[in-house]
Design a binder for this molecule. Sequence first.
Ligand SMILES: O=C(O)CCC(=O)C(=O)O
Length: 330
Amino acid sequence: MEGSLIEVTFEDPKEVGECEHQQGKGGGGGLRDIGELNVPLAVPYLDQPPTPLHFYRDWVCPNRPCIIRHALQHWPALQKWSLPYLRAAAGSTEVSVAVTPDGYADAVRGDRFVMPAERRLPLSCVLDVLEGRAQHPGVLYVQKQCSNLPTELPQLLSDLEPHVPWASEALGKMPDAVNFWLGEAAAVTSLHKDHYENLYCVVSGEKHFLLHPPSDRPFIPYEMYTPATYQLTEAGSFKMVDEEAMEKVPWIPLDPLAPDLARYPSYSQAQALRCTVRAGEMLYLPALWFHHVRQSHGCIAVNFWYDMEYDLKYSYFQLLDSLTKASGLA
Ligand SMILES: O=C(O)CCC(=O)C(=O)O
């Protein structure tokens, strides 16, 4: 790149020839090889929870996702949790609810990064909307990501384990947050990544994940946006209010379900993995994987966020991120 201190090239797949693929493990180089060597074509299933050693060795260390079956069957929640049960157990309890006009909380809209209106509502109000008994402006999603399960819904805690023992042992720590998710089908989580090892458990319904490995970073666009928050007026309409005290936010403008390839052509080189996590299944979503999430109506889920190790994997990702920015690629 002219005028830049660092020159970086990311191979165009059209230009990667046969012989490069034939070099096999240890040969080649570049992100395409990383994809081929390390990223599966589909998210694999485990039929039972791994031992801490296997979990660490086969999944955490290589930073690979998997879906684990039969890991939640001892949770009473799996049999008990339904919308009527939640109403009986916690209907009068106030919870934080993200409310948006279009189902997208924390997403790019126009030239703004927009955060949801946050409402404190009795859980029964959310259940009324989910069950079609009442209407509320916009789209509702119970999704406050700061351990809302123990802090807002402690009466549900006896229905599940407070952590995932084999994961806590493998990672050598307890989860930083245990989050409860309940929302309408229209509630979508836009493409982003987190610095957490994520064990995402679906208790009822299903979640549809679209994933990208961290090595796809050069093909995933980021731009800087003025932050804003939706406000819900008395009349039930939404307005976007700028957060003037906040700095600009880097966020991904691209919708991976309908990518604008004319604007972001590099994205065609990214390698999306899609999977559906069904009731009773747990997704291990490794730290730094990009994810976009949709759900069935009234899906109930709990996830455990374990802080990642800020190790060489993290350093390599930061380097890739810096090189991507310096190259002007994404
Ligand atoms: O379930 C969702 O809508 C989003 C989940 C997510 O982004 C996360 O667990 O980090």
